[in-house]
Design a binder for this molecule. Structure first.
Ligand code: SAH
Ligand code: SF4
Ligand code: F3S
Length: 481
């Protein structure tokens, strides 16, 4: 007679790759958590896998190309072992839908971000099928072309967690909202992730408590425009992001709280005051500007002017001393002239962002910009502007980081640094990496046992992206004479 133990004896192996934003990393964690219940365990060896999943991104063409070429490469695996099931999940699944089956006929399931709770059932029926039978699970478009509200997720899907899929055992994401209502003209996100919906604060808090009980020390609240978070309670009260921060701050073992990404217009004073007054909330705000030219911002439908963005930045710095701000920029958007690009350079110079992520505009089918404006900046010009803007930002980052030399920063230690080597005579000392409260990367000498702890680090040197130093106090005793 088959015993229950047999189930574990035939564990199925799951290989998963994730591209895109933090929301996708979280989605992958939740999918893996669900599949664990179905007897799957993770493998990093794609050739051993019984199921191969790609959690995809459509924000730029490059992200999609990467997945289609990966799908091309694994065709031979499917040819050799037709029982291997292949899934394409996430934003590209929602955007391209059955086109994926046409380009990659060996794919078994295509599942949009709003339907991920169905992955276990879809994989099970793909396995049970006697012949290859591709299945598509995406959210439907409404008559006006916008995506239907995705309701299934929060309760059935977000509640389950999978520690092995986290950046580190003590750092975790929590989704506070789904979707986006802003419809910036260049952006595919609202049409693949659906309309904005806030999650009930009780569920968010309960999840924070579960994570804290699992040993998580740093929580990052996620939303496409996280600071637009609003939840209307049945009794008429409204909860805002600042209320969530206050409530999570009450959990004593949570040592650091972050939130991304902020929309400039929704940077309200209650939020800034919460960041100022709650010591365990990171003094760090990611507030993408996208461009420093009013004409381009208008074409992007960002709904603010450069002056309004800068007014917001002054308010941020006045309210929260020591705060650091980072930004995103798109270069080479439709109609961007040399003059408009120079305005972005000017904004970076004046704002002194901690860092900026700079992207070359990538036309996305189905967006307003793609319909209305020609993608008229040549690739070579986009590339040059990208490099130029990055160079300006890097010089500022270096200058600002060097001002930290000689000061002591508090670092949540994430793990060994990439270049960590156990050096002769260092007697158990290692090179560790972590982040400061204002989100600067710090690499320093200290023993491995500090991983997962909050440590004071004396900064001795700095590059544009990293502060270098050594752990203060007790750890110094262990250094060679
Ligand atoms: N919700 C976040 C992030 C969206 S995607 C926000 O609103 O800031 C992350 C970044 O990708 C954006 O900030 C933008 O700078 C960039 N991006 C989005 N669509 C793009 C496109 N079509 N081409 C190039 N970059 C794009
Ligand atoms: Fe895209 Fe704009 Fe929404 Fe961000 S705010 S996800 S850039 S539409
Ligand atoms: Fe990409 Fe989707 Fe995130 S398009 S950036 S994975 S929301």
């Amino acid at each position: 007679m088959a015993e229950q133990g047999d189930v574990t004896a035939e564990k199925k192996k799951l290989y998963i790759e994730t591209v895109g934003c933090q929301m996708n990393l979280l989605d992958s964690e939740l999918v893996v958590a669900k599949l664990r219940h179905e007897g799957y365990e993770l493998t990093t060896d794609i050739n051993q896998a019984d199921a191969i999943l790609y959690n995809t991104c459509s924000v730029r063409q490059h992200a999609e190309d990467k997945i289609y070429s990966a799908l091309g490469r694994i065709k031979r695996i499917k040819e050799k072992r037709p029982e291997v099931k292949i899934g394409v999940l996430g934003c590209m699944a929602q955007k391209d839908q059955d086109q994926i089956f046409r380009r990659a006929p060996h794919v078994d399931i295509v599942v949009g971000p709003g339907q991920l709770a169905r992955v276990p059932d879809l994989l099970a029926s793909a396995r049970a099928a006697t012949s290859h039978s591709p299945q598509l699970a995406v959210s439907r478009a409404r008559n006006d072309g916008s995506l239907e509200t995705i309701t299934a997720s929060f309760a059935t899907y977000d509640a389950d967690r999978e520690p092995a899929m986290r950046p580190t055992p003590f750092q975790a994401f929590i989704r506070v909202m789904m979707g986006c209502d802003k419809f910036c003209t260049y952006c595919i996100v609202p049409s693949v992730r659906g309309p904005e919906q806030g999650r009930p604060p009780d569920a968010i808090l309960a999840e924070a408590q579960v994570l804290a009980d699992q040993g998580v020390k740093e929580i990052t609240l996620l939303g496409q425009t996280v600071n637009s978070y609003r939840f209307r309670h049945p009794d008429g009260r409204t909860s805002r992001l600042s209320d969530l921060l206050e409530a999570i701050h009450e959990i004593p073992s949570i040592e650091r709280i972050k939130f991304i990404t902020n929309f400039p217009n929704d940077m309200t004073d209650d939020l800034l005051q919460a960041v100022r007054d709650l010591p365990r909330v990171s003094r760090y705000l990611h507030v993408p500007a996208q461009s420093g030219c009013d004409e381009i911002l208008r074409k992007m439908k960002r709904m603010y002017t450069v002056a309004a963005y800068e007014e917001m930045l002054s308010r941020v710095h006045e309210t929260i001393p020591g705060v650091s701000v980072s930004s995103d920029f798109i270069v080479g958007f439709c109609g961007e002239t040399e003059e408009s690009f120079e305005r972005s350079v000017g904004l970076v110079e004046r704002s002194r962002f901690k860092n900026s992520f700079i992207f070359k505009y990538s036309a996305r089918e189905g967006t307003k910009a793609d319909r209305l404006h020609p993608d008229d900046v040549p690739e070579a010009v986009k590339k040059r502007r990208n490099n130029d803007l990055l160079a300006v930002q890097t010089a500022i980052s270096l200058e600002d980081n060097r001002r930290w030399i000689g000061r002591t920063v508090e670092v949540l230690v994430e793990g060994p640094s990439k270049s960590s080597v156990r050096r002769e005579g260092w007697d158990g000392l290692d090179q560790l990496t972590g982040r400061t409260s204002c989100d600067r990367i710090a690499v320093f000498d200290g023993p491995e046992r500090l991983i997962g702890r909050m440590v004071r680090v004396v900064v001795e040197d700095a590059s544009a992206v990293t502060l270098f130093g050594r752990a203060e106090t007790a750890e110094r005793v262990a250094t060679p004479a």
